[in-house]
Design a protein around this ligand. Structure first.
Ligand code: TYM
Length: 346
């Protein structure tokens, strides 16, 4: 049987990239799972702390994210849905894994390198100042590895941007198994599962991915956007000056991104959609895509509106999710503590 684990940061309403690249896929996995598969989906509040967060906004975002996960179709009877910060096993294991993970590996993470590049000394480009970046940003991927390994997960559905973190998690699992093989190797090496819409791009700048942090709100479609907003955002999406539609992500990233979105919404391949639109204009492609996105998001949007004020219900789901998650991770931690010599082996 499989154990599926994935996580999402509570940093705002999920966008279309999160939806197509992760959440829709989580639901698909849930609905296709066999009865003895285990599915765990976590709202990772500790990861969010690596960037400055307003406490009030963070508190709200945690509940909004839980409502979003339920609204997209995750079913608490089938999937364990919980707040990472409700299970201290994650931070305990992260510490242990930190002590097995070479600094050199963390320095090679592209997410870390991007943070470093952003903190470059304005006067001297060659001088990189890491001394002001917080240590959490640096060890972020180790906490992510702990999230996965605490449940001895075998499958991790994520978008392409998380691929390197996943490779590190495998690496760390392997290091632990080699360092502490007795009486048995504890961790399976988790496999990543990357969906076809692994990287949805910004609608305003197709050289970057759609993200929660871009200051341009027109660059992303949110789960809560109404049809009129979805249409307006696609209308103003940046494409190119070439006539017609082709699927060519390298030379025509803007058009190809919209093709990918339409393809994912209608369960076709991007090539097939491009073929259908070869002689049609960009405006037609954009408006048809807006409609396809609307029919996909309408139900989750309405469900989100209904759920977000059901605080009692949400609290109950979170509490039960945390209880079930912890039951599983305690099993792992008992083995881990015993194998490394921190507790009496029985
Ligand atoms: P986060 O919160 O940035 O994103 C959640 C999920 O959405 C995917 N995603 C995208 N997919 C396609 N196109 C996009 N533009 C796009 N933007 C985001 C991400 O790949 C991700 O699957 N570090 C993780 C959270 C995490 C985690 C974990 C994931 C913590 N622990 C353990 C898996 C397993 C993150 O920041 O995701």
């Amino acid at each position: 049987p499989k154990t599926v684990f994935s996580g999402i940061q509570p940093t705002g309403i999920p966008h279309l990239g999160n939806y197509l690249g992760a959440l829709a896929n989580w639901v698909k996995l849930q609905n296709g799972a066999s009865p003895d598969d285990r599915l765990l989906y976590s709202i990772v509040g500790w990861h969010a702390l690596t960037l400055p967060q307003d406490p009030k906004a963070l508190r709200a975002a945690r509940w909004e994210m839980l409502a979003s996960l339920l609204a997209t179709g995750l079913d608490p009877r089938r999937s364990i849905i919980f707040h990472q910060d409700h299970n201290p096993n994650h931070t305990e294991l992260a510490w242990i894994l930190n002590c097995l993970c070479p600094i050199g590996k963390l320095k090679r993470m592209t997410t870390w390198k991007a943070k470093l590049a952003a903190s470059r000394n304005a006067n001297d480009e060659s001088e990189v100042d890491e001394s002001l970046l917080n240590a959490g940003l640096f060890t972020y991927p180790v906490l992510q590895a702990a999230d996965i390994l605490a449940y001895r997960a075998t499958h991790v559905p994520v978008g392409e941007d998380q691929q390197q973190h996943l490779e590190l998690a495998r690496d760390i699992a392997d290091s632990f198994n080699r360092a502490f093989p007795k009486p048995k190797k504890i961790f399976p090496l988790p496999q990543h599962m990357i969906p076809p819409s692994k990287r949805i791009l910004s609608l305003r700048d197709p050289s970057s991915k759609m993200s929660k942090s871009s200051p341009d709100v027109q660059s992303r479609i949110l789960l809560t956007d109404e049809f009129a907003q979805i249409q307006a955002k696609f209308r103003s999406a940046v494409t190119d000056s070439q006539l017609g539609v082709t699927f060519d992500p390298v030379n025509r990233p803007g058009v190809s991104n919209i093709v990918t979105i339409l393809a994912t919404c209608t369960d076709k391949s991007s090539e097939m959609v491009a073929e259908l639109y070869t002689s049609k204009g960009h405006a037609q492609l954009k408006m048809d895509t807006a409609e396809a996105v609307e029919s996909l998001l309408r139900q989750p949007r309405e469900e989100f509106k209904r759920l977000k004020s059901e605080t009692g219900y949400l609290e109950e789901i979170a509490k039960e999710g945390a209880r079930r998650a912890r039951e599983i991770s305690e099993g792992t931690m008992t083995l881990v503590r015993s194998q490394i010599g921190l507790a009496q082996s029985t």
